[in-house]
Design a protein around this ligand. Structure first.
Ligand SMILES: [Zn+2]
Length: 115
């Protein structure tokens, strides 16, 4: 059986983050290419790609986890204005950091804790 490449990253940090989430979910992740980029910028960019490889049976679960991770990151990058105190909150907050109001779901882009 051979592993399947499911993701390619430009930085080690991003690849590690994603691999960490997949491993936390019990998937066996192999990170390839990491050793090629000890210092970013010193080698051609095409050689700094970090690849994540998984067993075929884990691919479906991994894609879902990655999709959730991306959605959560997207949500976190959006600002939500509190309807009560009008403070700006990151889009992945469930409660206003300032007054503690629980945001109505219509305000929230999407909420799901990163495992
Ligand atoms: Zn508030």
């Amino acid at each position: 059986m051979t592993r399947v490449r499911i993701a390619v990253h430009r930085t080690v940090g991003e690849a590690r983050l994603q691999a960490g989430v997949l491993e936390a979910a019990g998937l066996s992740v192999e990170v390839r290419g990491e050793s090629l980029s000890p210092l970013s910028g010193e080698i051609p960019s095409t050689e700094t790609w970090i690849e994540l490889w998984l067993w075929p049976q884990d691919v479906e679960a991994a894609r879902q986890l990655i999709a959730e991770l991306e959605e959560n990151r997207e949500a976190a990058s959006k600002e939500v204005t509190c309807p009560r105190c009008h403070e700006e909150n990151p889009g992945n907050f469930e409660l206003c950091w300032s007054c503690g109001l629980e945001f109505p779901s219509t305000l929230r882009p999407r909420l799901r804790a990163v495992p």
